[in-house]
Design a binder for this molecule. Structure first.
Ligand code: HEC
Length: 176
């Protein structure tokens, strides 16, 4: 009798393990979810952008026109994202470098003076050696703005008075 009871209990246990995976408690894609008071498929949060969004790709391949607004934006973004290591003037002596980060090549180095805009854009996008990628933090349009500002920084040490527009030149000459 006890043996029979044991067999019955074991059979019950074994049957209990045989839960069909098709019948597991889960939602199918379009079913309603009481928790969300709507479909299980939640709408994307506002301003969500797909990784392969064509606009994103386009921004990466379209260099914007050089305007004072672009330079101002680049200056601001450079101050936030790059100057901590590269320093305000681009010499590579920012505060993080002073605290031990390897010193990057100065933007005023001959090699970087000769490098094209795309090189700077690519370094921000992909990182370079010890420098990590800023692609997730700096959108493509802002990368171009930063590149424009770096060009301005480089020019600032190699410009002559002839590069200054006439109306601005008089202001410079009037300065003490
Ligand atoms: C946390 C520090 C850090 C920050 C922030 C940083 N960089 Fe760098 N960057 C480096 C270091 C270090 C190197 C040198 C890497 C190497 O040679 O291994 C470097 C190298 C470079 C180079 C030179 C590449 C070459 O050809 O030698 C460029 C250009 C550059 N960074 C641009 C930027 C820009 C633009 C930003 C802001 C979006 C930025 N970096 C932010 C640390 C930083």
């Amino acid at each position: 009798m006890t043996r029979l009871a044991l067999v019955v209990v074991l059979a019950g246990l074994v049957a209990g393990c045989d839960q069909n995976m098709d019948e597991q408690p889960r939602y199918s894609d379009y079913s309603r979810a009481p928790l969300f008071r709507g479909s299980v498929l939640r709408p994307s949060p506002a301003n969500t952008i797909a990784r392969d969004d064509p606009e994103r790709e386009k921004a990466a391949h379209t260099k914007p026109a050089l305007t004072p607004e672009l330079l101002a934006r680049g200056k601001e973004r450079f101050g936030i994202f790059c100057s901590p290591c590269h320093g305000g003037g681009g010499d590579g002596t920012g505060i993080i470098v002073q605290r031990g980060m390897p010193r990057p090549t100065s933007y005023h180095d001959d090699r970087l003076l000769a490098a094209d805009d795309q090189h700077f854009f690519d370094v921000i996008t992909n990182g370079y050696g010890a420098m990590y990628s800023y692609a997730a933090r700096v959108p493509a349009a802002d990368r171009w703005a930063i590149v424009a500002y770096i060009r301005a920084l480089q020019l600032s040490r190699h410009a002559s008075l002839d590069d200054v527009p006439a109306d601005e030149r008089s202001k410079l000459e009037a300065a003490p």
